[in-house]
Design a binder for this molecule. Structure first.
Ligand code: ATP
Length: 376
């Protein structure tokens, strides 16, 4: 079967197990050459979606196209899909060479071509010295690289990865991500990569789809999802350290302008958001503030008026390359009671100190508490 030069189109895809739809009306267009990441919590339907793409499960409803071609009824082996699964799926009785060569042999590739492709893949994944060994003589990281080499040695219409790096330590995982990206660019074919790790999704994905309970929440670049989440779930799921969430009440000031009122602060609603917030006057909203949008007020790009700050006592710090993530207890102006905790990214440690943090009001997020949809 030819390569999917038109990309992969998924239309109204449904998979039911019994009564339950574990993939529920999924619509996606994966562009040719795109590395597309599916991310979401455990059980949200990511692996099932991959299995539907590979043809390992029959679809309950909807259509899958590879390019122009409807593949719903095409057998897995005729879809020309390469799979890299978490449990490696390498054959214990075959040498590393034979494992890597397996897909090419199954397609009756000429012997010279097999030797050349295996040598290239082994060089890329730095396993040339292991070609005569059996899988049991390899470390976990080496086995992982064999699995990648085996899947990527042939030209497939679509590459599917299911948490392939889950068993690697942090350093190997970093290296393997780069290997996957390099290979992906060389192949120029679409790939779908499943992970529950949002940091991995951000590092790899040209675009990312966030799923929850079988339903697509949002598709976009990592930056889109981070800066413009469509709902509270996406806002919470994407980003580490995570977004701060507060329940606030919308109250008019004496001059009629709106404020977001919490026991620890009374933040003014920026002029440009007033119209969208006005229908919620007297009601509750959920306010989201990313940790880096809280800063000591000196910073020039932050509003510095007293009423756009939140006061907090720094309890815990986590040093990072770009400063510190600090965990604060927010303080009510009077009396100084603990109200809630929040996270901020500060240039220094401030441990044990009380700091006023200016909120970058242009970057706040507001969500309807009923359905979690974003207002801003
Ligand atoms: P994880 O990150 O834990 O692998 P996932 O997002 O990949 O999760 P899936 O493996 O797609 O999730 O499973 C989605 C839901 O479908 C889960 O609730 C799972 O229990 C259910 N499920 C998966 N396969 C079957 C099956 N063969 N029969 C019945 N239910 C199934």
């Amino acid at each position: 079967m030819g390569l999917a030069s038109g990309g992969i189109v998924i239309e109204h895809l449904v998979k039911r197990f019994g009564e339950r739809a574990v993939v529920d009306d999924l619509n996606l267009h994966i562009q040719p050459g795109e590395l597309f990441v599916l991310v979401g919590p455990s059980g949200c339907g990511k692996t099932t979606t991959l299995r539907l793409l590979a043809g390992l499960e029959p679809v309950s409803d909807g259509r899958i196209y590879f390019g122009e071609r409807l593949v719903n009824d095409i057998r897995p082996r005729d879809r020309n899909v390469a799979l890299v699964f978490q449990d490696y799926a390498i054959f214990p009785h075959l040498t590393v060479f034979e494992n890597i060569a397996y897909g090419l042999r199954a397609r009756h590739a000429p012997r010279d071509l097999i030797r050349e492709r295996v040598a290239n893949a082994a060089r890329l994944f730095r396993i040339e010295h292991l070609l005569r060994r059996k899988p049991r003589q390899l470390s976990g990281g080496e086995r992982q690289r064999v699995a990648l080499a085996r899947a990527l040695v042939r030209d497939a219409a679509l590459y599917l990865y299911d948490e392939p790096l889950a068993n690697l330590d942090a350093q190997l995982r970093h290296q393997a991500r780069e290997d996957i990206l390099t290979l992906h660019r060389q192949k120029g074919q679409p790939a779908v990569y499943v992970t529950h790790d949002q940091a991995e999704a951000m590092a790899l994905g040209d675009r990312i789809a966030v799923m929850r309970d079988g339903k697509l929440q949002q598709v976009g670049s990592g930056l889109d999802l981070y800066e413009r989440p469509c709902n509270q779930f996406v806002a919470f799921f994407i980003g580490s350290p995570g977004i701060n969430l507060f329940e606030v009440e919308v109250r008019p000031d004496q001059d009629g302008s709106l404020r977001l009122v919490h026991a620890a602060f009374r933040l003014p609603v920026p002029e440009e958001f007033q119209a969208r917030v006005a229908p919620y006057t007297g009601r509750r909203l959920n306010l989201g503030i990313r940790p880096e949008h809280l800063q000591p007020p000196r910073r020039a790009d932050f509003a510095v008026s007293e009423d756009s700050t939140i006061r907090g006592l720094v309890n815990v710090i986590e040093p990072t390359v770009s400063g510190c993530t600090v965990y604060l207890s927010t303080l009510e102006p009077t009396p100084r009671d603990f109200v809630a905790t929040l996270k901020a990214r500060l240039p220094g440690s401030y441990l044990g100190r009380e700091v006023p943090l200016a909120v970058n009001l242009r970057k706040i997020h507001l969500f309807d508490p009923e359905d979690g949809q974003a207002l801003l």
